[in-house]
Write a protein that binds this ligand. Structure first.
Ligand SMILES: Cc1cc2nc3c(=O)[nH]c(=O)nc-3n(C[C@H](O)[C@H](O)[C@H](O)COP(=O)(O)OP(=O)(O)OC[C@H]3O[C@@H](n4cnc5c(N)ncnc54)[C@H](O)[C@@H]3O)c2cc1C
Ligand code: FES
Length: 254
Protein backbone atom coordinates (compact mmCIF):
# COMPACT_ATOMS: atom_id res chain seq x y z
CA UNK A 1 0.00 0.00 0.00
CA UNK A 2 1.11 3.55 -0.63
CA UNK A 3 1.77 5.73 2.41
CA UNK A 4 2.88 9.35 2.64
CA UNK A 5 5.82 10.77 4.56
CA UNK A 6 4.79 13.26 7.26
CA UNK A 7 8.25 13.73 8.81
CA UNK A 8 11.70 12.17 8.59
CA UNK A 9 13.88 13.47 11.38
CA UNK A 10 17.50 12.69 12.26
CA UNK A 11 17.61 11.96 16.03
CA UNK A 12 21.31 11.10 16.30
CA UNK A 13 24.15 10.38 13.89
CA UNK A 14 22.65 7.94 11.34
CA UNK A 15 19.46 7.32 13.35
CA UNK A 16 16.12 8.61 12.04
CA UNK A 17 12.44 8.65 12.95
CA UNK A 18 10.11 8.39 9.96
CA UNK A 19 6.44 9.27 10.45
CA UNK A 20 4.08 7.98 7.77
CA UNK A 21 0.42 8.59 7.08
CA UNK A 22 -0.82 4.99 7.05
CA UNK A 23 -4.33 4.86 8.56
CA UNK A 24 -5.01 1.20 7.82
CA UNK A 25 -1.69 0.03 9.33
CA UNK A 26 -2.21 2.30 12.34
CA UNK A 27 -5.69 0.83 12.90
CA UNK A 28 -4.56 -2.81 12.68
CA UNK A 29 -1.04 -2.87 14.19
CA UNK A 30 -0.07 -4.70 17.37
CA UNK A 31 3.20 -4.04 19.28
CA UNK A 32 6.06 -6.16 17.93
CA UNK A 33 4.72 -6.31 14.38
CA UNK A 34 6.69 -4.89 11.47
CA UNK A 35 6.19 -3.35 8.05
CA UNK A 36 8.05 -4.42 4.91
CA UNK A 37 9.20 -1.27 3.17
CA UNK A 38 10.06 -0.74 -0.49
CA UNK A 39 13.11 1.51 -0.26
CA UNK A 40 13.91 1.69 -3.99
CA UNK A 41 12.95 4.97 -5.64
CA UNK A 42 9.99 4.80 -8.06
CA UNK A 43 11.04 3.33 -11.44
CA UNK A 44 14.12 1.74 -9.84
CA UNK A 45 14.49 -1.84 -8.59
CA UNK A 46 17.55 -1.30 -6.43
CA UNK A 47 17.32 -2.56 -3.72
CA UNK A 48 15.06 -5.24 -5.17
CA UNK A 49 13.91 -6.63 -1.83
CA UNK A 50 11.83 -4.78 0.73
CA UNK A 51 13.36 -4.01 4.13
CA UNK A 52 11.66 -5.04 7.42
CA UNK A 53 11.25 -2.31 10.08
CA UNK A 54 9.41 -2.58 13.40
CA UNK A 55 6.44 -0.38 14.13
CA UNK A 56 7.95 2.02 16.66
CA UNK A 57 4.81 4.02 17.44
CA UNK A 58 1.29 4.00 16.22
CA UNK A 59 -1.52 6.56 16.40
CA UNK A 60 -4.85 5.24 15.10
CA UNK A 61 -6.40 8.64 15.92
CA UNK A 62 -3.98 10.49 13.62
CA UNK A 63 -3.68 7.61 11.15
CA UNK A 64 0.10 7.55 11.48
CA UNK A 65 2.87 5.10 12.30
CA UNK A 66 6.47 5.89 13.23
CA UNK A 67 9.55 3.87 12.27
CA UNK A 68 12.90 4.26 14.03
CA UNK A 69 15.80 3.17 11.85
CA UNK A 70 19.56 3.24 11.64
CA UNK A 71 21.30 3.78 8.31
CA UNK A 72 23.35 0.62 7.73
CA UNK A 73 23.21 0.08 3.95
CA UNK A 74 21.62 1.21 0.70
CA UNK A 75 17.97 0.68 1.66
CA UNK A 76 18.09 2.64 4.89
CA UNK A 77 20.32 5.27 3.24
CA UNK A 78 17.57 5.85 0.66
CA UNK A 79 14.98 6.10 3.44
CA UNK A 80 17.03 8.82 5.12
CA UNK A 81 16.52 11.06 2.05
CA UNK A 82 12.72 10.91 2.13
CA UNK A 83 10.97 14.28 2.41
CA UNK A 84 7.47 15.19 3.66
CA UNK A 85 4.94 14.41 0.92
CA UNK A 86 7.02 11.59 -0.65
CA UNK A 87 5.24 8.27 -1.12
CA UNK A 88 6.45 5.02 0.40
CA UNK A 89 5.13 1.60 -0.56
CA UNK A 90 4.88 -0.88 2.30
CA UNK A 91 3.26 -4.14 3.34
CA UNK A 92 1.88 -4.56 6.81
CA UNK A 93 1.35 -4.85 9.63
CA UNK A 94 3.12 -8.22 9.39
CA UNK A 95 4.12 -10.99 11.79
CA UNK A 96 3.24 -12.00 15.32
CA UNK A 97 3.78 -9.36 18.01
CA UNK A 98 4.22 -9.43 21.79
CA UNK A 99 1.69 -11.09 24.11
CA UNK A 100 0.88 -8.93 27.14
CA UNK A 101 1.41 -10.88 30.37
CA UNK A 102 -0.98 -9.67 33.10
CA UNK A 103 -0.11 -9.74 36.80
CA UNK A 104 3.65 -9.42 36.43
CA UNK A 105 5.90 -6.35 36.33
CA UNK A 106 6.83 -5.71 32.67
CA UNK A 107 10.54 -5.21 32.03
CA UNK A 108 11.38 -4.07 28.50
CA UNK A 109 14.97 -4.60 27.34
CA UNK A 110 16.30 -3.05 24.13
CA UNK A 111 19.78 -3.28 22.64
CA UNK A 112 20.56 -0.49 20.13
CA UNK A 113 17.85 -0.26 17.46
CA UNK A 114 16.21 -3.18 19.24
CA UNK A 115 14.41 -0.55 21.27
CA UNK A 116 12.36 0.32 18.16
CA UNK A 117 9.35 -1.97 18.82
CA UNK A 118 9.35 -1.33 22.58
CA UNK A 119 7.79 2.17 22.61
CA UNK A 120 4.51 0.97 21.06
CA UNK A 121 4.58 -1.97 23.50
CA UNK A 122 5.19 0.38 26.46
CA UNK A 123 2.17 2.46 25.42
CA UNK A 124 -0.05 -0.64 25.25
CA UNK A 125 1.17 -1.81 28.67
CA UNK A 126 0.42 1.63 30.15
CA UNK A 127 -3.08 1.52 28.62
CA UNK A 128 -3.49 -1.88 30.31
CA UNK A 129 -2.63 -0.23 33.66
CA UNK A 130 0.93 -1.58 33.96
CA UNK A 131 4.06 0.48 34.58
CA UNK A 132 6.98 -0.92 32.61
CA UNK A 133 10.63 -0.65 33.56
CA UNK A 134 12.61 0.06 30.39
CA UNK A 135 16.28 -0.88 30.15
CA UNK A 136 18.08 0.25 27.01
CA UNK A 137 21.67 -0.28 25.98
CA UNK A 138 23.78 1.56 23.42
CA UNK A 139 27.43 1.39 22.42
CA UNK A 140 28.02 5.14 22.79
CA UNK A 141 26.29 7.97 24.64
CA UNK A 142 25.78 9.82 21.37
CA UNK A 143 23.64 6.94 20.03
CA UNK A 144 21.08 7.29 22.84
CA UNK A 145 17.64 8.02 21.35
CA UNK A 146 13.98 7.79 22.38
CA UNK A 147 14.62 7.35 26.12
CA UNK A 148 12.61 10.56 26.81
CA UNK A 149 9.65 9.09 24.90
CA UNK A 150 9.49 6.16 27.33
CA UNK A 151 9.85 8.53 30.29
CA UNK A 152 6.99 10.68 28.92
CA UNK A 153 4.76 7.59 29.03
CA UNK A 154 5.56 7.24 32.74
CA UNK A 155 7.99 4.32 32.37
CA UNK A 156 10.96 3.94 34.67
CA UNK A 157 13.93 4.20 32.25
CA UNK A 158 17.53 3.11 32.78
CA UNK A 159 20.26 3.49 30.20
CA UNK A 160 23.49 1.52 29.81
CA UNK A 161 26.29 2.63 27.49
CA UNK A 162 29.42 0.67 26.76
CA UNK A 163 31.53 3.88 26.72
CA UNK A 164 30.00 4.93 30.06
CA UNK A 165 29.20 8.46 28.83
CA UNK A 166 25.48 8.13 29.68
CA UNK A 167 23.94 6.10 32.50
CA UNK A 168 25.38 2.80 33.67
CA UNK A 169 28.77 1.82 32.17
CA UNK A 170 28.39 -1.62 30.68
CA UNK A 171 25.91 -3.74 28.83
CA UNK A 172 22.16 -3.76 29.32
CA UNK A 173 22.11 -7.43 30.39
CA UNK A 174 24.10 -6.50 33.51
CA UNK A 175 21.45 -3.86 34.29
CA UNK A 176 18.72 -6.48 33.93
CA UNK A 177 20.45 -8.91 36.27
CA UNK A 178 20.32 -6.22 38.99
CA UNK A 179 16.55 -5.77 38.50
CA UNK A 180 15.23 -9.19 37.65
CA UNK A 181 12.85 -11.07 39.92
CA UNK A 182 10.48 -14.00 39.55
CA UNK A 183 7.59 -11.47 39.54
CA UNK A 184 8.72 -10.00 36.20
CA UNK A 185 7.77 -10.63 32.59
CA UNK A 186 10.56 -9.63 30.20
CA UNK A 187 10.07 -8.38 26.64
CA UNK A 188 13.26 -7.94 24.60
CA UNK A 189 14.64 -6.99 21.22
CA UNK A 190 18.29 -6.64 20.26
CA UNK A 191 21.35 -8.51 19.06
CA UNK A 192 21.37 -12.32 19.37
CA UNK A 193 24.13 -12.50 22.06
CA UNK A 194 22.08 -10.11 24.22
CA UNK A 195 18.95 -12.23 23.80
CA UNK A 196 20.89 -15.39 24.58
CA UNK A 197 22.25 -13.89 27.83
CA UNK A 198 18.74 -12.70 28.75
CA UNK A 199 17.36 -16.18 28.19
CA UNK A 200 19.84 -17.64 30.69
CA UNK A 201 19.12 -14.89 33.25
CA UNK A 202 15.32 -15.20 32.89
CA UNK A 203 15.44 -18.99 33.14
CA UNK A 204 17.42 -18.73 36.38
CA UNK A 205 15.02 -16.13 37.81
CA UNK A 206 11.88 -17.97 36.64
CA UNK A 207 10.67 -14.94 34.63
CA UNK A 208 8.93 -15.48 31.26
CA UNK A 209 10.80 -13.92 28.34
CA UNK A 210 9.62 -12.93 24.86
CA UNK A 211 12.22 -12.05 22.23
CA UNK A 212 11.87 -10.26 18.92
CA UNK A 213 14.28 -11.75 16.38
CA UNK A 214 15.95 -10.11 13.41
CA UNK A 215 16.69 -12.23 10.34
CA UNK A 216 17.37 -11.13 6.78
CA UNK A 217 14.08 -11.34 4.91
CA UNK A 218 12.99 -11.95 1.35
CA UNK A 219 9.21 -11.95 0.93
CA UNK A 220 8.16 -11.09 4.52
CA UNK A 221 4.96 -13.12 4.14
CA UNK A 222 6.00 -16.72 4.68
CA UNK A 223 6.61 -17.81 1.07
CA UNK A 224 10.40 -17.88 0.47
CA UNK A 225 11.80 -19.43 3.70
CA UNK A 226 14.58 -16.81 3.58
CA UNK A 227 14.05 -15.99 7.26
CA UNK A 228 14.03 -19.60 8.57
CA UNK A 229 15.41 -19.90 12.09
CA UNK A 230 16.22 -23.14 13.99
CA UNK A 231 14.13 -24.16 17.00
CA UNK A 232 14.14 -27.24 19.22
CA UNK A 233 11.28 -28.55 17.00
CA UNK A 234 12.58 -27.69 13.52
CA UNK A 235 12.62 -24.41 11.62
CA UNK A 236 10.23 -21.45 11.96
CA UNK A 237 9.73 -18.48 9.65
CA UNK A 238 10.59 -15.31 11.56
CA UNK A 239 8.33 -13.21 9.30
CA UNK A 240 5.12 -15.14 10.04
CA UNK A 241 5.58 -17.28 13.18
CA UNK A 242 7.60 -14.35 14.62
CA UNK A 243 9.31 -11.97 14.83
CA UNK A 244 8.31 -12.32 18.50
CA UNK A 245 8.78 -15.73 20.14
CA UNK A 246 8.69 -17.07 23.68
CA UNK A 247 12.38 -17.63 24.48
CA UNK A 248 11.97 -21.39 24.92
CA UNK A 249 10.51 -21.66 21.39
CA UNK A 250 13.80 -20.71 19.69
CA UNK A 251 17.47 -21.60 19.81
CA UNK A 252 19.30 -18.38 20.69
CA UNK A 253 22.71 -19.87 21.34
CA UNK A 254 23.50 -20.78 17.69
C1 LIG B 1 11.41 -7.97 11.96
C2 LIG B 1 12.54 -6.97 11.82
C3 LIG B 1 12.39 -5.71 12.34
C4 LIG B 1 13.41 -4.77 12.21
N1 LIG B 1 13.23 -3.54 12.75
C5 LIG B 1 14.18 -2.61 12.62
C6 LIG B 1 13.97 -1.30 13.14
O1 LIG B 1 12.91 -0.98 13.69
N2 LIG B 1 14.97 -0.38 12.98
C7 LIG B 1 16.14 -0.68 12.32
O2 LIG B 1 17.01 0.18 12.22
N3 LIG B 1 16.36 -1.93 11.83
C8 LIG B 1 15.41 -2.89 11.93
N4 LIG B 1 15.62 -4.13 11.40
C9 LIG B 1 16.86 -4.38 10.64
C10 LIG B 1 16.67 -3.77 9.23
O3 LIG B 1 15.71 -4.53 8.53
C11 LIG B 1 17.99 -3.78 8.45
O4 LIG B 1 18.91 -2.94 9.10
C12 LIG B 1 17.74 -3.26 7.04
O5 LIG B 1 17.01 -4.23 6.31
C13 LIG B 1 19.07 -3.00 6.34
O6 LIG B 1 18.80 -2.64 5.00
P1 LIG B 1 19.89 -1.84 4.16
O7 LIG B 1 19.52 -1.97 2.72
O8 LIG B 1 20.07 -0.46 4.68
O9 LIG B 1 21.22 -2.60 4.46
P2 LIG B 1 21.86 -3.86 3.70
O10 LIG B 1 22.78 -3.33 2.65
O11 LIG B 1 20.81 -4.85 3.32
O12 LIG B 1 22.69 -4.47 4.90
C14 LIG B 1 23.65 -3.68 5.62
C15 LIG B 1 24.10 -4.45 6.86
O13 LIG B 1 22.98 -4.72 7.72
C16 LIG B 1 22.83 -6.12 7.95
N5 LIG B 1 21.41 -6.47 7.89
C17 LIG B 1 20.59 -6.31 6.84
N6 LIG B 1 19.35 -6.76 7.12
C18 LIG B 1 19.39 -7.23 8.37
C19 LIG B 1 18.43 -7.83 9.22
N7 LIG B 1 17.19 -8.09 8.84
N8 LIG B 1 18.83 -8.17 10.46
C20 LIG B 1 20.08 -7.97 10.87
N9 LIG B 1 21.03 -7.41 10.10
C21 LIG B 1 20.69 -7.04 8.88
C22 LIG B 1 23.59 -6.78 6.81
O14 LIG B 1 24.08 -8.07 7.19
C23 LIG B 1 24.71 -5.82 6.55
O15 LIG B 1 25.77 -6.00 7.45
C24 LIG B 1 14.61 -5.11 11.53
C25 LIG B 1 14.77 -6.39 11.00
C26 LIG B 1 13.74 -7.32 11.16
C27 LIG B 1 13.91 -8.69 10.59
S1 FES C 1 10.97 -13.72 4.48
FE1 FES C 1 10.11 -15.14 3.07
S2 FES C 1 9.42 -16.72 4.40
FE2 FES C 1 10.07 -15.17 5.77
Amino acid sequence: MLTTVRKNTMLADGIYRLILSAPQVAADAEPGQFVHVQTAPQMSRDPFLRRPLSIHECSPQEGTIALLYEVVGRGTHLLSHLQPGDEVDLLGPLGRGFTLVPGRRPVLVGGGMGLAPLLFLARRLREAGQRPAVLVGFRRGRDVVASEDFAALGCQVEIATEDGSVGFRGVVTTLLEKHLSSEDAVYACGPRPMLSALKDACQQAGAPLQVSLEERMGCGIGACLGCACPTPNGYVRVCTEGPVFWAEEVDLHG
